[in-house]
Design a protein around this ligand. Structure first.
Ligand code: NDP
Length: 306
């Protein structure tokens, strides 16, 4: 039976460790670490993410501010808001929630955030630091995966790690983080030949492609550690029945809400693994926790003048 790597437990451990750091920061500097979140336009999924981020700040006593410019916001207006937040001394972290409205230049917005306030780790200055293995904020989702591997004491050094997906927010930084921990890293993507064969060689397999239940039987080496980053919502009954054959609980959940969430790894295939992160209940819970860590670290670094 494959071991389940419980994202909820890891999340709680991370948040528990944040509490004394926030208290110490407050005691030392007379204020809480501060995070500003910009949510431009209306996007129901982004609204849920932002609500979750703000609620977690409240849980930890981190000061948070939410800015909601309209969907018609111009580039200049957004850049002016970011510039203002860059100037404010009590704001340690600035998060620009993606996706931005179409007329806005997302890259310009990310690059406008002062690197020392970039809690997503997306600014080129910080991606450079990541590539160089220098300290700095790491993108939250792959950083969460590293925390999960560490807390479950999963060895990385010398292991074969295969990452499927090469996005700037998950795949690429994930590969670098594992490489820095001395894994032998392979990055796969949509042009990779013999994807199943590449995956089947992995000791640690990270799936981050956004394709429901795509990595199936034959992709997973028995005993491998499988990290499923994918979050895919299934709304089609036939697809749900084919992915979750015989799983009455999932089928009942679909009947009730009209959709179910599945990762990039087929739930049946995950059972071949030695250990795996479930979806939901795995990696998805760690991103916001790591955002809190990045915010606290940005605050500590800024105040220490590092
Ligand atoms: P992107 O769409 O930006 O990137 C997907 C990557 O997967 C691309 O590199 C693409 O290759 C590759 N890919 C797509 N199809 C295939 C295929 N058939 N075979 C091999 N590779 C393929 O996605 P993200 O990285 O943003 O997200 C990936 C998944 O992770 C999504 O399900 C997303 O919802 C989830 N996610 C979860 C988070 C969390 O847990 N909090 C946070 C962020 C993402 P190519 O480059 O060649 O196009």
């Amino acid at each position: 039976m494959a071991k389940i790597l419980d994202g909820k437990w890891v999340r709680e451990e991370i948040l528990k460790e944040c509490l004394p750091r926030v208290a110490k920061f407050r005691e030392t500097y007379g204020r809480a670490p501060g995070l500003a979140v910009i949510l431009a336009g209306e996007n129901p999924a982004s609204e849920i993410y932002v609500r979750n981020k703000v609620a977690t700040c409240q849980e930890l006593g981190i000061h948070s501010e939410k800015y909601t410019p309209p969907g018609t916001v111009s580039n200049a207006e957004l850049l002016a808001l970011i510039a203002e937040l860059n100037r404010r001394p009590e704001i340690d972290g600035i998060l620009v929630q993606m996706p931005l409205p179409k007329q806005v230049d997302s890259r310009a917005a990310l690059e406008a955030v002062a690197p020392e306030k970039d809690v997503d780790g997306f600014h080129p200055f910080n991606t450079g630091r990541l590539a160089a293995g220098a300290p700095g904020p790491r993108p939250c989702t792959p950083a969460g995966v590293m925390e999960l591997l560490r807390r479950y004491e999963i060895p990385i050094e010398g292991r074969r790690a295969v990452i499927v997906g090469r996005s700037d927010i998950v795949g690429k930084p994930m590969a670098l983080l594992l490489l820095h921990q001395h894994a032998t890293v392979t990055i796969c993507h949509s042009r990779t030949r013999e994807l199943a064969g590449e995956c089947a060689r992995a000791d640690i397999l990270v799936a981050a492609i956004g394709r429901p239940a795509f990595l199936g039987a034959g992709f997973i080496r028995p005993g491998a550690v499988v990290i499923d980053v994918g979050i895919n919502r299934l709304t089609d009954r036939a697809q749900v029945e084919s992915v979750f054959t015989g799983n009455q609980k999932k089928l009942a959940a679909f009947e009730k809400s009209g959709s179910v969430i599945v990762g990039d790894v087929h739930p049946g295939a995950a059972e071949e693994a030695g250990a795996y992160t479930p979806v939901p209940g795995g990696v998805g819970l760690l991103t916001v926790a790591m955002l809190m860590v990045n915010t606290i670290e940005a605050a500590e670094r800024r105040m220490a003048g590092a």
